[in-house]
Write a protein that binds this ligand. Structure first.
Ligand SMILES: [Zn+2]
Ligand SMILES: [Zn+2]
Length: 154
């Protein structure tokens, strides 16, 4: 997973540079941290984790770097609740969301293309809607939250 994230970071950096973005030490740190992060962080999450090492960095720098990655197709976004969460995994996948702790995990999918059955159903319930992709959200409890709680004094 580490090597995977590191390789992903280098691809993202190369493509950002090609997109004309100046690779400042701050932006490089944002991309390296984000590429290895499978928790679907918000820009705020990453900003808080980087603030210690880069006290002069603004929230806008973090947000704009992630937004540029997303616009270039190098990152996905998931909207759950209020905040946009960024996703370094650009392979086709669905999401499982824990309703207790909010953890989001990836469920690999072979494709997000709608099946012929889905297209037919949509023609009935939403005539004229041109469906491009189908993403599922599985809601429930993650393994940690489903495990029996330890007694606080134990
Ligand atoms: Zn949980
Ligand atoms: Zn994901």
């Amino acid at each position: 997973m580490q090597t995977d994230g590191a390789a992903r970071a280098e691809t993202m950096l190369r493509d950002l540079k090609e997109a004309g973005l100046k690779l400042t030490p701050q932006r490089i740190a944002i991309v390296r941290l984000f590429a290895q992060d499978r928790s679907h962080p918000t820009a705020q999450d990453l900003f808080e984790r980087l603030r210690h090492d880069f006290p002069s960095m603004s929230f806008a720098t973090v947000y704009n770097t992630l937004d540029t990655l997303a616009a270039a197709g190098l990152a996905g976004t998931v909207r759950l609740g209020n905040a946009a969460r960024f996703d370094p995994n650009t392979d086709a996948h669905h999401h499982a969301v824990c309703e207790e702790c909010g953890a989001v995990s990836d469920i690999a999918a072979s494709s997000l293309a709608p099946s012929p059955g889905t297209v037919r159903t949509l023609e009935k319930v939403a005539p004229g809607f041109a469906v491009k992709s189908v993403e599922r959200i599985y809601r429930g409890r993650c393994a940690d939250c489903a495990a029996p709680k330890k007694h606080p004094s134990a």
